[in-house]
Ligand binder design. Structure first.
Ligand code: UD1
Ligand code: CA
Length: 465
């Protein structure tokens, strides 16, 4: 089996983005441009350990993204062109028979294209490069052919009016036999307007040495879209999201006014779930079947079971909501909270790092932080777990079938055992035993006729003056 290395060119600063962040870390479809390219590589069966990213500007940040995946980086400093960038990776891929070269700022490249290049590079072919004939002309390299063979690439800046008429463009995705690649790169010069080493010059060198270079037509012309500025970033972002929503609709998801819905590329949604206008599903979110996500809910990195109803303006971040639960409007759940099946959380309820059992109800104006709440427990309006003493966080434990009366304050660490009642307005600082009633408030005193006497006194004073 031929060993294939992958080189991803990503040293360019991306000046036109006017950013502190390296270009390839800008996001489209909810993930970095470079992550899309890596996904295409992985989808074609090539391994991260065989992949090298050529970095320049922002090399540390790029490393932070790719090193955990097992992808290596190599610094190109200074940057002397695409040919030079490939040379910089040379030592790291010694021993590989073939080198696939992609661009970190071209995130629409597909696994199908990578596979297509791999299939087209037979013995006796030195290199294969992807090409397309998009409707809108672009300042890309023009492909020079003799029959099926590619004999050169003319860069836009050097193209004559005759060359500019050529519709077939160089996408920037290549697969070389490494022996041919190094032979040609060693002969590439810098005789061009930028004084750079152009990877594209290898094609004419190989062709004139009698080597075969072939073109692979992109299965989807849009793959040729690269990102140079924020306008192109927005266009590609939209493209990913449209594609994602189409895929969801094809698998049985209803999207109402889909142009207003924002779904990141790695989100999954089960069949018969309905997404209303203005919904955002972000990160690694997974939504079950038969759910309804109502308008303006923002769900990130969360797992939602089947048959869940999220009413308008529900905000979920890194949490799990189990089947049949109903949340919102205006519920916020965060930091690995787990909401049990059939639970009901209503308006202005915030839950943080808590585990709520089956059928728990907290319908209004409540904060549950660092809490464990048992099955079928009712949390009255305005209940607050005081989880923070100014230094540390503490846990509130509430058992099964508990009734916490409205406006109670549970000062953690504290426990309310199974079946207990907490009277409304209580401040609870000690364990409430199972099945007990806890009254943590001062007793009411009524002063008979007090209000009437006060009124009469005021009236008399008003007459005098
Ligand atoms: C390049 C091709 C052009 C092709 C186009 C497709 C060359 C000379 N031309 O042009 O034929 O149509 O891509 O997008 O290759 N990079 C480095 N180090 C460098 C220079 C560039 O890593 O020294 C990286 C950039 O970050 C970028 C990629 O290589 O990801 C392409 O470089 P860029 O300068 O954008 O090339 P183009 O002018 O677009
Ligand atoms: Ca209160």
């Amino acid at each position: 089996m031929a060993k294939t290395a992958v080189i991803i060119l990503a040293a360019g600063r991306g000046t036109r983005l006017k950013s502190e962040l390296p270009k390839v870390l800008h996001q489209a479809g909810g993930k970095p441009l470079l992550a899309h390219v890596l996904a295409a590589v992985a989808g074609a069966g090539l391994a991260p350990q065989d992949t090298v990213v050529v970095t320049g500007f922002g090399t540390q940040q790029v490393g932070e993204l790719v090193h955990p995946l097992g992808v290596r980086t190599v610094l190109q400093e200074p940057q002397k062109g695409t040919g030079h960038a490939v040379q910089v990776a040379r030592d790291l891929i010694a021993g590989y028979d073939r080198a696939l070269i992609l661009c970190g700022d071209m995130p629409l490249v597909s696994s199908a294209t990578v596979s297509g290049l791999l299939h087209t590079l037979q013995e006796g072919v030195a290199a294969v490069l992807a090409t397309a004939e998009p409707d809108i002309p672009r300042a890309y390299g023009r492909i020079l052919r003799r029959g099926e063979q590619v004999i050169g690439i003319v860069e836009d800046k050097q193209a004559s009016p005759e060359h500019k008429k050529i519709k077939e463009l160089n996408a920037g995705f290549y697969l070389f036999h490494t022996a041919d690649l190094w032979w040609a790169l060693d002969r590439v010069g810098t005789d061009n307007p930028h004084g750079e080493y152009y990877l594209t010059d290898t094609v004419a060198l190989l062709a004139s040495a009698g080597k075969r270079v072939l073109a692979f037509r992109l299965p989807d012309e849009q793959e040729i879209l690269g990102i140079n500025d924020r306008v192109e970033l927005a266009q590609v972002d939209l493209l990913f999201r449209r594609r994602k929503l189409r895929e969801l609709m094809e698998t049985g998801v209803t999207a109402i006014a889909p142009e207003t819905i924002l779904v990141d590329c790695d989100v999954t949604v089960g069949a018969d779930t309905i997404l209303e206008p203005g919904v955002q599903l972000l990160g690694t979110t997974r939504i079950g079947r038969n759910c309804r996500v109502r308008s303006y809910s923002v769900i990130s990195d969360s797992v939602i079971g089947d048959g869940v109803l999220l009413k308008p303006f529900t905000v979920l971040e890194a949490v799990e909501v189990r089947e049949g639960a109903e949340l919102g409007p205006f519920t916020r759940v965060r930091e690995h909270a787990v909401i049990g099946a059939e639970a009901r959380l209503g308006n202005f309820v915030e839950v943080k790092k808590s585990k709520l059992g089956k059928g728990v109800k907290a319908s209004h104006l409540t904060y549950l932080g660092d809490a464990e709440v048992g099955d079928q427990t009712n949390i009255g309006a305005g209940t607050i777990t005081c989880n923070y003493d100014g230094v540390r966080k503490h846990t509130t434990r509430i058992g099964d079938g508990v009734f916490v009366g409205s406006n109670s304050t549970l000062v953690a660490p504290v426990t309310v055992e199974n079946g207990a009642y907490v009277a409304a307005g209580s401040v609870i600082t000690e364990t409430v035993p199972a099945d007990a009633l806890a009254l943590g408030r001062s007793r009411q005193t009524n002063k008979e006729h007090w209000a009437r006497r006060r009124r009469e006194k005021h009236r008399a004073e008003a007459k005098k003056s």
